[in-house]
Design a protein around this ligand. Structure first.
Ligand code: GLU
Length: 556
C-alpha cells in the first residue's frame, strides 16, 4: 500500500464496497441507440417554481421523444437550505399538472432500478468514489477553517490574483504528509475532502451545449470541495457521481450552472466517467409591469412564479402545459393548429430548437390558451373541474353548484359543444362572476344601458316583453317575439335597414334584446339569452323584468 492508499483507508475505513460493486448494480441501461436519459434534480428548498415545471417538462419530453427515461432526483445535500415540506411541494406541483417521470421519487416511495433517488441516501456511493480518488492521489483532506479560508482570500485580493480560490500554492493542505493528516484527525480536527486539480488556467475547455452550441472557458484550477466535513457531497461531486451511476446521457439544467461546467468536466475526467451531454436552459423571465424591463420571475414580486398559483387560480393543468410547451419550442403552435386534438405530450419536441435567451412568461397569452382549452371541454368536464376547484377555494360557489348539479351543468353548457364555442373562461376562479346572475344568491342588479338607449324606451320595451314572454317558446318563437316588439316601439327588427337609415329609428332589434339582457342579467354581454331565460324559469324572469321596469320608470 502506498501513502495515498493508506490515506484512503484512514479516511474511509468504513467504506467496504468498491466502485465495481456500484458499476454492476447500476449497469448500462441497454436502451436503443439515441435514447436519452434525463433527470430533473430539484432541491427541496421551498416551492416549485414555474421555471422548475419548465425544466421538468424539458427533461420529460427529451426522454419521451427519444424512447428514453426521465428521472426525478431529489438533491437534498444542503440541509441548511432545506424546508420541511420541500419534497411534497415538488411532488404536489408535478401531480397537479399531470407530469410523470419514468423513475425516481414519487408520493408513494420510489420507482426505478437506479435509486435511491434522494441524494442523502446515496452517501455510500459518493464516499466510495471519493475513497478511490484519494487512493489515486486525486483528492485529499483539507483542514482549513473558515478563518483560514478568509485569510487566503484576503491575501489573494491583495495580490490581485486572476483566479481566486483554493488551489496551487494557495492550497495549504494539498501536500500534507500522511503522518500530519493522521495526527490532526486523531486530534479531532474537522476536514473536508478536496479535489486535487491538475487544471491550468492558461488552457481552455470546450463543450458542446445542445441549446447554446460550442462554449469555451478556462480550465478549472480550483481544488473544489467534494465532500463536506459531515461526509455529504457538494452539488458538484454529487452531480458527477449520480449522473454517472444513474446513466444519465443528457444533463439539462438551468443556465446558472454553465460557469461550473469546467469543474464538472474535470471531475468526470478524474473519475474516469464518460461525460454526459449538457444543455443549459434559459431562464423564465417576465416584463416588469412598472419599468417595462425584462427580468427573472421572482417569488417576492410575482405570485405566478410559484406553480401553486396556477392551482389556486384554477387553471386547468392542460392549459399551463400547453403554454409551457409553446415556450419550449416555438414550433408548438403550428403543430397544435395541425393537430388540435392530439395529446400535448405527443408533440415532437426538439431540445436543439430551444431558444438560448430567456423566455418570456406572459399571463395574457396563458389566459388565451386556457380559454381555448376550456372552450372545447364539455359541460360535464367543466362542471367537475369547477366543482373540484371550488371545493378547495370557494366554498360558497361549491355549495351552489353542488346543490343542483343539473342546473349548473345546464348553465355551463350554454354556447358550448358547438363548432364555435364561446371563449369566456380562462380559469375556474372566473366562473363565480361568469355565472353569478344565474343564482339569486350571487346576482346583483345593474341596469346601466348603452348610451343610445333611453330609460323611457327601455321601460316600454320591458313592459311589452313582459306581456309577450312565454317560457314554452322554442328559440325561433322567442326571437320572433322580440322582433315583433320592435316596430310598434320605434325600433326596427332589421339591422341592415337601421344602418342604412339610422335617423328613422330609435334603434334595432339588437338594442331591444340588450334591454332585455340587462334587465335579466345586469350585463350587456352574456351567452345565449334564450338559454339563460329557460334556466332562470318563468317566475324569476317575470320578477327581474318587473324590477327593471320599475327602475327605468323611476329613473326617467
Ligand atoms: N439541485 C440543483 C438545483 O436545484 C440541480 C441542478 C441540476 O439539474 O444539475 O439547481
Amino acid at each position: 500500500m502506498n501513502d495515498n492508499e493508506r490515506l484512503a483507508e484512514l479516511l474511509f475505513g468504513g467504506i467496504d464496497k468498491t466502485e465495481e460493486y456500484f458499476e454492476a448494480k447500476y449497469p448500462d441501461r441497454g436502451l436503443k441507440e439515441g435514447a436519452r436519459v434525463t433527470r430533473f434534480a430539484p432541491s427541496p428548498t421551498g416551492y416549485l417554481h414555474v421555471g422548475g415545471l419548465f425544466g421538468a417538462l424539458t427533461d420529460i419530453m427529451t426522454a419521451r421523444v427519444s424512447g428514453g427515461v426521465s428521472m426525478l432526483r431529489i438533491e437534498d445535500t444542503d440541509k441548511k437550505r432545506e424546508v420541511d415540506d420541500g419534497v411534497s411541494a415538488i411532488l404536489d406541483g408535478f401531480s397537479d399538472f399531470g407530469l410523470d417521470f419514468d423513475e425516481g421519487v414519487t408520493k408513494d416511495g420510489e420507482k426505478g432500478d437506479y435509486g435511491p433517488y434522494t441524494q442523502s441516501q446515496r452517501v455510500e456511493i459518493y464516499q466510495t468514489v471519493a475513497k478511490r480518488l484519494v487512493a489515486e492521489g486525486k483528492a485529499y483532506p483539507c483542514f482549513c477553517t473558515a478563518d483560514e479560508l478568509n485569510e487566503i482570500r484576503a491575501e489573494q485580493e491583495k495580490s490581485d490574483v486572476l483566479f481566486p480560490g483554493y488551489y496551487g500554492k494557495w492550497a495549504r493542505c494539498r501536500d500534507l504528509s500522511y503522518d500530519e493528516i493522521k495526527r490532526r484527525i486523531d486530534n479531532g480536527d474537522k476536514y473536508v475532502i478536496r479535489f486535487r486539480s491538475d487544471g491550468d488556467e492558461s488552457r481552455k475547455v470546450f463543450f458542446d451545449d445542445i441549446i447554446r452550441g460550442k462554449i469555451e472557458m478556462p480550465e478549472n484550477v480550483i481544488d473544489e470541495v467534494l465532500l463536506k466535513s459531515d461526509g455529504v457531497p457538494t452539488y458538484h461531486f454529487a452531480h458527477v457521481c449520480d449522473d454517472h451511476f444513474m446513466r444519465t446521457t443528457h444533463v439539462i439544467r438551468a443556465e446558472e450552472w454553465i460557469s461550473s461546467t469546467p469543474k464538472h468536466i474535470a471531475l468526470f475526467k478524474a473519475c474516469g466517467f464518460k461525460l454526459p451531454k449538457y444543455a443549459h436552459t434559459p431562464q423564465v423571465m417576465k416584463i416588469d409591469e412598472e419599468d417595462g424591463t425584462k427580468r427573472k420571475l421572482s417569488k417576492r414580486k410575482d405570485p405566478e412564479a410559484a406553480v401553486s398559483y396556477f392551482v389556486e387560480e384554477g387553471y386547468p393543468k392542460e392549459a399551463l402545459i400547453e403554454y409551457l410547451m409553446g415556450l419550449l419550442n416555438s414550433s408548438f403552435e403550428d403543430w397544435r393548429r395541425a393537430n388540435p386534438k392530439e395529446n400535448v405530450m405527443n408533440f415532437p419536441f426538439n431540445l436543439k430548437k430551444m431558444s438560448a435567451s430567456g423566455c418570456l412568461f406572459d399571463l395574457v397569452k396563458l389566459n388565451d390558451i386556457s380559454k381555448n382549452v376550456i372552450s372545447v371541454m364539455n359541460a360535464e368536464t367543466v362542471y367537475n373541474l369547477v366543482a373540484d376547484w371550488a371545493k378547495a377555494y370557494d366554498s360558497e360557489l361549491y355549495a351552489l353548484l353542488s346543490a343542483d348539479p343539473e342546473k349548473a351543468k345546464a348553465i355551463l353548457n350554454i354556447d358550448r359543444e358547438n363548432p364555435k364555442p364561446r371563449k369566456d373562461i380562462a380559469k375556474w376562479s372566473e366562473v363565480r362572476n361568469y355565472i353569478s346572475y344565474m343564482y339569486s344568491e350571487l346576482y346583483k342588479e345593474n341596469y346601466e344601458l348603452p348610451e343610445n338607449i333611453a330609460y323611457g324606451d327601455a321601460a316600454a320595451i320591458i313592459e311589452e316583453y313582459k306581456k309577450a314572454f312565454d317560457i314554452n317558446d322554442d328559440k325561433q318563437q322567442w326571437f320572433e317575439r322580440i322582433k315583433a316588439l320592435c316596430e310598434p316601439l320605434g325600433f326596427t327588427p332589421n339591422v341592415k335597414e337601421y344602418k342604412q337609415n339610422p335617423d328613422a329609428y330609435k334603434g334595432h332589434v339588437g338594442d331591444v334584446s340588450t334591454v332585455i339582457r340587462v334587465a335579466l342579467t345586469g350585463r350587456t354581454n352574456t351567452p345565449d339569452l334564450y338559454s339563460i331565460e329557460c334556466i332562470l324559469g318563468k317566475d324569476e324572469v317575470a320578477s327581474r323584468l318587473e324590477k327593471a321596469e320599475d327602475f327605468y320608470r323611476e329613473g326617467k
